[in-house]
Design a binder for this molecule. Structure first.
Ligand code: IVH
Length: 680
């Protein structure tokens, strides 16, 4: 049997991986297991490491690459990215439809395409013909001011539903040229949003308001690694030529071609010829809305024929040939009767408006978050004010504005943020640069209550049956004064509680016993150390391998872990230095919890990587840096080429930096290099 060359095997693997990524990320219909997919990816990574000269920018391994260009360079759009006029009722839509028919002229055949109006941020992707006649993603621009967008290519490359390249064969089959532009919407699926927010809360950070803001913030972060970790999706809805002309004569064809070329196109779309069917589509969309897994805020209706589109033209900001039917936001108006301050498990104080109960989208809402003290000030909110409250997805209701008109007189009681913790009356602090006040009393009963609930929750120690009702009773009767006391519970203690029978007691004890087997990363997450979310806990457990090693680690050693910076390392040190926490750990150890983890195997991570050093590094001399890289299995070269894996740049870096930029070689600083070395 003929032996395949590495180059041929690499191509085969890339094609396979692209195929399975398309099935998974675009079609939502994977055909192989994650494990099998990983096997393919690992083989490709290994081959590319062995043959760095064969690495191409469109390889599936190259989604996370260099840094975004500084300040996201501003680039003009091929044609303006406009917004849409809105209608919010059947009457308004009917008027719009009538105007379209009038302008189109008698006898014109009107065919609309209805699409969901995705609630994200619009994006223009430019593809350019490559040497092998395939199409390569060359640029991604945000909408910006509509005329000039921002170049966010490095970040958009990490979105798995964005093809990095489209083969010649696929282009041919789809009837798409190799150079074109596609416009569409970047959205964050609800599940990813909720998970990311949980993580933020666990880290003591303020939750993001909605998936759109989160997606927009993510696209503009300077860390492509972070973008890659947050699941974003891209839905295509326009196909243009490189100069911004329509590629197809019908919008419905454009959507079909983009689908065939491998883009994610929203499946909820329909060609519609009559007004009644329009309303029917809109009503179905609204009913469907809650089940989609991503947010939509309406339906976009576009005239399908680009010839008719041209005939209708544009008003100032928006086309006459398309309109957005916006769903009325799930919002309600009610009175803020009071403002209370809640204490979270990390001690964070969150002001909450106590509302006159109001029904919003079928749910009675009687509380809504006010985020923090600054937010109340920005709103100018007074107790007694009428407010607008919004409820999106599964997110907690929030106050969005104060209403002021003759029907809604203003309240007049000013709210003063408490000077002490409302639960335990201890001192509260607000760290510099942070929006939140925190109660710093580690014995605060509210913190303990929230900590126990967090500890027992599904993502943490998964103690089923330890919910609010039980926790409240355990605390009120002083049976439990710390997390460790959970492991001292027995049947008589549980039976002394209300609404707990023998069977429930036994099941709960079994659940608690079971939790002792939870791995170290979950224990760490459960302890409620500030900034330690699920992921950081996992990285720490893998790096240090045991509770003792972690407790003994210096701030410097902690910061060798990817994603651990000074703020996090300090929080970890502070936690373990606190006597009370040390006692808690000892009690948990006595109870028999899992305090060791499998340490990540030390492999020479830098093996196969070539570095070029340029400029003066802040702490390492050239020789030191070289010695360290080589000790970790890497190579140091004197000049930048396509084969260079990283350029390490310091102060006054010279032409090598420009060359790296030209060749799109990732540029890192000393800190990043040390991090790479630390984990190798
Ligand atoms: S068409 C000139 N189609 O809604 C046509 N827009 O208010 C403008 N949007 O900025 C865009 N889903 O960010 C179009 N299926 C869809 C859309 C969509 C969401 C967003 C887009 C645009 C805004 C217009």
């Amino acid at each position: 049997m003929a032996k395949t060359t590495p180059a041929a095997r690499i191509e085969t693997l890339r094609d396979k991986i692209r195929h399975h990524e398309h099935l998974y990320y675009v079609m939502d219909a994977p055909e192989i297991s994650d494990a099998d997919y990983d096997v393919l990816t690992r083989e490709l990574q290994a081959l590319e490491k062995e043959h760095p000269e064969l690495v191409t920018t469109d390889s599936p391994t190259q989604r996370v690459g260099g840094k975004p260009k500084e300040g996201f360079p501003k680039i003009a759009h091929s044609r303006p990215m406009l917004s849409l006029d809105n209608v919010t009722s059947e009457e308004e839509l009917r008027d719009w439809d009538r105007r379209v028919r009038e302008r189109a002229g008698e006898g014109a055949e009107i065919s609309y395409v209805c699409e969901y109006k995705l609630d994200g941020l619009s994006m223009a992707l430019h593809y350019r013909q490559a040497a092998d006649a395939s199409a390569h993603l060359s640029r991604a621009l945000t909408r910006g001011d509509g005329t000039i967008g921002e170049d966010v290519t490095t970040n958009v490359r990490t979105i798995r539903s964005v093809p990095l390249s489209i083969s010649k064969t696929k282009l041919h089959k789809a009837k798409l040229p190799a150079t074109f532009e596609v416009r569409g919407e970047v959205v964050m699926p609800l599940a990813a949003f909720l998970k990311a927010n949980e993580e933020r809360e666990a880290q003591g950070l303020t939750a993001a308001a909605n998936p759109r803001n989160y997606a927009a913030g993510t696209i503009r972060t300077l860390e492509p690694n972070i973008v890659a970790q947050r699941r974003l999706d891209f839905y295509a809805y326009f196909a243009l030529t490189a100069t911004g002309e329509n590629l197809f004569t019908e919008q419905s064809d454009a959507l079909d071609v983009l689908t065939a070329a491998g883009f994610r196109v929203n499946p909820h779309r329909e060609a519609i010829h009559s007004f009644d069917k329009l309303m029917d589509f809109i009503n179905r969309a609204e009913q469907n809305r809650a089940e989609l897994g991503y947010e939509i805020d309406g339906v976009v209706i576009k005239l399908s024929s680009t010839e008719l589109q041209a005939r209708l033209g544009y008003t100032g900001r928006a086309p006459r040939w398309a309109v957005a039917y916006k769903f009325i936001a799930r919002a309600g108006t009610t009175q803020a009767e009071d403002i209370k301050v809640q204490v979270g498990r990390t001690g964070k104080l969150t002001p909450v408006a106590v509302l006159k109960p109001v029904s919003i989208g079928g749910t009675t809402v009687s509380r809504a978050t006010l985020h923090n003290a600054d937010f109340i000030e920005q709103l100018g909110l007074k107790i007694g004010d009428w407010v607008k409250v919004e409820r999106g997805g599964d997110v907690i209701p929030k106050v969005v504005e104060v209403i002021e008109d003759k029907d809604h007189p203003r309240g007049h009681k000013t709210f003063h943020f408490p000077a002490h913790c409302p639960e335990c009356n201890s001192e509260i602090v607000r760290d510099e640069g942070e929006a939140d006040y925190r109660c710093i009393n580690v014995d605060c009963p509210a913190r303990l209550r929230e900590s126990l609930l967090h500890y027992a929750s599904r993502n943490v120690m998964n103690i089923e049956g330890l919910g609010e009702a039980v926790v409240n009773q355990l605390l009120d009767r002083k049976i439990v004064r710390s997390i460790a006391d959970l492991y001292k519970l027995d049947e008589p203690k549980l039976l002394s509680l209300e609404r707990i029978g023998e069977k429930t007691a036994r099941t709960l004890l079994k659940e608690i016993e079971q939790s002792k087997k939870a791995p170290l990363n979950r224990v760490l997450f459960g302890l409620g150390i500030r900034f330690i979310g699920e992921r950081t806990a996992q990285l720490l457990a893998e790096e240090f391998g045991s509770m003792d090693a972690l407790m003994a680690a210096s701030q410097e050693e902690l910061e060798r872990v990817n994603e651990v910076g000074p703020r996090v390392s300090q929080a970890i040190r502070e936690f373990f230095e606190e006597e009370k926490n040390r006692q808690l750990i000892e009690h948990l150890r006595e109870a028999g919890l899992t305090f060791t983890a499998e340490k990540r195997k030390k492999s020479s991570e830098l093996e196969g990587l070539t570095f070029v050093l340029t400029g003066t590094l802040p702490s390492l001399s050239r020789e030191d840096a070289k010695a360290k890289i080589e000790a970790a299995g890497g190579r140091v070269s004197g000049s930048v080429s396509k084969k260079t894996s990283y350029v390490v740049a310091g102060e006054e870096a010279g032409s090598k930096l420009d060359k790296a930029n030209d060749l799109k070689v990732p540029i890192i600083n000393e800190a990043k290099l040390l991090k790479m070395l630390g984990s190798s």
